[in-house]
Design a protein around this ligand. Structure first.
Ligand SMILES: [Mn+2]
Length: 252
């Protein structure tokens, strides 16, 4: 994630140096970057509370929150804070995994595979798109997700899924986008720790973001980018492009 943070800093610095007018002028004065590093055990012990403080500050001041975390578990403080006001809140989660795993070999401690079970308060309305889960029962999934569109449904009737997301987002008071990079097909996005076949294409991801976008979108979380598995920075470039697209959407 340091690599992505560096790339975002470079993007901002480049835009600030630019002499001719560009669209980036609308956002570059609006951005504030905070990087939290974990160097000691004590840093790790306090991670969740520290994360919550940062999220709370952003939500309180109506700032758009771009939350970049390594492991998807790093999104938990965002969910903890969203839980403080679940009424009218919708989370659109793009993820290969439904992070409510309770299998025998899963840790009981919060992990990237089960963190939704550990939210400090009620979960907001959750809609997943693009999961490839084959084991969880519909009844169990239904306890946590309002809707979960598997990749099979997404591929078969993508237009319908997009329409449904658009309607859901339009009816919500605030929308948060939670993008786990492994929602994308490993062909397009190999740089993840837990690649799962038959994922969404980057084009489909972009269409979803475009369809649900409105000023009610209060933030975006990006997780599970693993640069060690990237190919010639192809995945890094995809994320940086998506981030700049979202900055423009938010501030133009
Ligand atoms: Mn995940």
């Amino acid at each position: 994630m340091h690599l992505l943070a560096d790339a975002v800093r470079e993007l901002i610095a480049d835009n600030r140096r630019e002499k001719v007018p560009t669209r980036a002028a609308v956002y570059h004065e609006q951005l504030r970057l905070k990087e939290i590093v974990f160097e000691t055990m004590a840093d790790y012990e306090a991670w969740r509370g520290r994360g919550r403080q940062l999220v709370r500050q952003a939500f309180r001041s109506d700032d758009f929150l771009l939350w970049i975390t390594g492991n998807h578990l790093g999104a938990l403080p965002v969910y903890d804070e969203l839980a403080r006001q679940v009424e009218g809140t919708l989370v659109i989660q793009l993820d290969a995994h439904l992070d409510i795993h309770n299998f025998r070999d899963c840790t009981a401690e919060p992990s990237h595979g089960n963190f939704l079970l550990h939210c400090d308060g009620p979960l907001p309305r959750l809609v997943n798109v693009g999961h490839r889960d084959l084991l969880l029962t519909a009844e169990y999934v239904g306890r946590y997700f309002q809707r979960a569109f598997s990749t099979v449904e997404a591929i078969a009737e993508f237009d319908k899924v997009v329409d449904c997301l658009r309607t859901e987002a339009a009816g919500a008071e605030r929308v948060f986008l939670d993008v786990d990079c492994d929602v994308l097909d490993p062909t397009f996005f190999p740089a993840v720790t837990q690649a799962v076949p038959f994922g969404l294409s980057p084009q489909q991801l972009l269409r979803i973001v475009d369809a649900v976008w409105s000023p009610k979108v209060c933030g975006l979380c990006l997780s599970e980018f693993e640069p060690g598995r990237d190919r010639q920075d192809q995945c890094l470039a995809l994320l940086v492009w998506l981030i700049e697209f979202i900055f423009l959407r938010r501030y133009e």
